[in-house]
Design a protein around this ligand. Structure first.
Ligand code: ZN
Length: 317
């Protein structure tokens, strides 16, 4: 595996002087499960640089892009139940701004997994719904009527017609992209004027991340960069979005899922999960602000003119 150096993938700063953590991984441990979207954390990560300009934490150096793409297409998948809990949480946040969209015709979900959020979009009355997903296994697990809506592969803006979408979503995927700013700019081109980009990512400045330190599951070999409220806002503003808002996400998941995220030995976690399931409470759900943020921005209606329709409820100033 060839390792390549890079500058900050968000603001382009080449100031790599602030090293958050040195590399901690072994190539032989990069098995297929390390690239699944939700799995047992393994505490491996690349060398992580703290950008002094835009507050992004990014991996540097990285394996070349071909090696990364190979990992995704063959990734194992075991998280259908959790994906549906997450999609319900994200749909609740969508309802806060869905009324501001130009219409409900045309929506794309990048990194859609098994299409759980596409089901939510259809329930909310969207048509022209599509998803993109690089891994085969979750597509195979998609609901029968949703599977044909999912395109297998990496997102490429050129695969879609410009100014045809009202909403583009991308959940828990920004961390995995080689160039998140290029993706955000491509999304802006696909949106109709007034359409929205709605992304969700980990917040590296969240209380949970600060409490767990380098044992936080967000410091992971599959994450090429990690955002904060400041860097998430920077991403959409640099890509030309207006009325950008950052919101905290409160995730609702089964108890057994929360246990998987704890910094405990894997054997202990398996035993605890089995105990909860035997007691019949492993599937009980619990809402916790675990340190995810949503960032929402709108494509200007008139180029260069910000709309004056105000901030969304609950948005940070
Ligand atoms: Zn930067």
């Amino acid at each position: 595996m060839e390792m390549i150096s890079r500058s900050c993938p968000l603001c382009g700063s080449s100031d790599t002087g602030s090293v958050f953590a040195e590399a901690d991984f072994e190539l032989k441990q990069l098995d297929s499960f390390a690239f699944a979207s939700r799995k047992m954390p393994e505490y491996m990560h690349y060398r992580l640089i703290d950008c002094p300009t835009c507050d992004l934490l990014y991996a540097n150096p990285l394996p070349c892009e071909d090696d990364l793409a190979e990992g995704y297409s063959e990734a194992a998948y075991d998280s259908g139940v959790e994906a549906h809990y997450a999609a319900a949480t994200y749909a609740a946040t969508l309802s806060k701004f869905v009324g501001r969209l130009p219409d409900r015709h045309g929506a794309l979900d990048i990194g859609t997994g098994d299409g759980a959020f596409l089901e939510c979009l259809l329930e909310q009355g969207f048509d022209g719904v599509a998803g993109v997903e690089p891994s085969r296994a979750p597509i195979a697990a998609a609901r029968e009527d949703v599977r044909p809506l999912i395109r297998e592969g990496i997102f490429r803006g050129g695969d879609f017609a410009p100014e045809t979408l009202s909403l583009v979503t991308c959940f828990q995927t920004l961390e995995h992209l080689a160039d998140p700013l290029e993706m955000a700019r491509a999304v802006r081109k696909l949106l109709k004027p007034g359409g929205a980009a709605y992304f969700i990512c980990h917040n590296r400045r969240a209380l949970s991340a600060r409490l767990l330190g380098k044992k936080s599951p967000i410091f992971d070999i599959e994450h090429l960069q990690l955002f904060s409220p400041k860097s998430a806002r920077y991403l959409l503003e640099q890509a030309g979005f207006t009325d950008v808002a950052v919101l905290d996400i409160v995730n609702r998941y089964p108890l057994r899922y929360w246990l998987r995220l704890l910094p405990l030995p894997q054997d202990m976690k398996r035993t605890l999960i089995a105990t909860l399931d035997r007691a019949g409470v492993g599937a009980w759900s619990l809402s916790v602000p675990v340190g995810n943020i949503a960032v929402v921005g709108f494509k200007p209606v008139h180029a260069g003119t910000a709309s004056d329709s105000g901030r969304m409820p609950g948005a940070e100033p």
